[in-house]
Ligand binder design. Structure first.
Ligand code: ATP
Ligand code: MG
Ligand code: MG
Length: 348
């Protein structure tokens, strides 16, 4: 059977490996860390730095296709890998999504609605950006942010110096605050043949910048639901994308506003494991392996709840709950804010 190479060894890589194994594939992860969630289930683990050219070459030689579970893969590693084996999703998706300014510009150029934004490099450009977006606004580092890290809210002009200091000199983007009623996301997939399939949109609740729950079905009108799916398909097609993508949206009275895209399987798609015949992980493996996309129709209502930090203390009780599927990542130590697992409650 074929071997799928996965860059990154976190929980997403772990669940991708499990899905790949179910379809008869082997997986080989590339991850600098040792005892990582994916290393427990993948067939092979290249434990090396992304700067280690020799290790990258050996990794590429041992796999048939390469995918990834996080978007911040160093450019130099990709430059090399894509000369050796197909990398799916392709380079364009990474280029666009690695930098929030590039991403927002790309989406706006497509005619999609995004928060008002402006680039920020220093106090002077921040002042100009505030004049453009208005307040309140959120200052975000352009690169490497996740789970709300690298963000500072500016409610009044007084918050400006601290927000800028929080960026620690990194290039940033200022986004005007979107007055949304709720947040939803679409997990979309595009196959090698260009076919597109989207999972039913989920409704997301965040706490302290971290996703807490995803509920399906989301509260959306029929028109909003088709808007969400159609704009996702538009993004997938424009990027000539192969694989699964997460598209985060704000719901406003004026329509859907795109927050960000993630060129990978997505935390808000974990509900599909117990709500669909083919879940997001299998769908991604199918796409990158050149298989036809599977049937992602939703057969149940599901509430996905992330288990973060001390939520792990609730595992014995959760394990005894009816209609509840536990998914634990096998992380050795619990830290505040760390995603340790999730539960899917099948409501109906
Ligand atoms: P993720 O873990 O999803 O990658 P992230 O660190 O990339 O998160 P964002 O998705 O940009 O961060 O923001 C986190 C949350 O902060 C959003 O889901 C939303 O609740 C809020 N938020 C971000 N940008 C805005 C905005 N322009 N207006 C209103 N709320 C926002
Ligand atoms: Mg993000
Ligand atoms: Mg986000």
């Amino acid at each position: 059977g074929a071997t799928i190479g996965i860059l990154g060894g976190g929980q997403l890589g772990r669940m991708l490996s499990v899905a790949a194994a179910r379809l008869g594939f082997k997986t080989c992860i590339f991850e600098p860390g040792g005892d990582c969630p994916a290393s427990h289930v993948a067939n092979y683990h290249f434990q090396a730095a992304y700067e280690d050219e020799d290790a990258l070459r050996k990794f590429a030689a041992s796999v048939d296709v390469i995918t990834y579970e996080f978007e911040n893969i160093p450019t130099s590693a990709l430059d090399l890998l894509e000369t050796l084996k197909p990398v799916r999703p392709g380079r364009e998706a990474l280029r666009v999504s690695q930098d929030r300014l590039t991403e927002k510009t790309y989406l706006a150029d497509m005619g999609l609605s995004v928060a008002p934004f402006a680039a920020v490099a220093d106090a002077q450009s921040l002042e100009a950006a505030i004049a453009a977006t208005g307040l309140p606004a959120i200052l975000k580092t352009r690169r490497f942010g996740y789970d709300g890290k690298g963000q500072a809210r500016i409610m009044t002009a007084e918050d400006t110096p601290q927000a800028l200091a929080d960026m620690q000199g990194a290039p940033a983007i200022l986004e005007g605050f979107v007055d949304f009623s709720h947040e939803v996301s679409v997990i979309g997939a595009r196959g090698l043949d260009g076919s597109v399939a989207c999972f039913d949109p989920g409704e997301n609740v965040h706490r302290d910048g971290i996703l807490r729950t995803t509920t399906v079905p989301a509260r959306l009108s029929a028109a909003q639901r088709s808007d969400a799916v159609l704009l996702t398909a538009q993004i997938l097609n424009r990027l000539d994308y192969v694989g699964v993508m997460g598209v985060e949206l704000f719901v406003t009275p004026q329509g859907l506003v795109v927050n960000e895209i993630a060129p990978r399987v997505h935390n808000s798609g974990h509900w599909t494991q117990n709500g669909c015949t083919v879940d997001q992980f299998e769908q991604h493996i199918r796409a990158v392996a050149g298989w036809p996309l599977g049937d992602g129709a939703r057969h149940a209502d599901v509430v996905m709840e992330n288990l973060i930090g001390d939520d792990m203390d609730r595992v014995p009780a959760l394990a005894a709950e009816p209609h509840t599927a536990l998914h634990l990542y096998g992380k050795a130590d619990t830290k505040p804010g760390r995603k340790m697992g999730h539960v899917n409650r099948v409501v109906r």
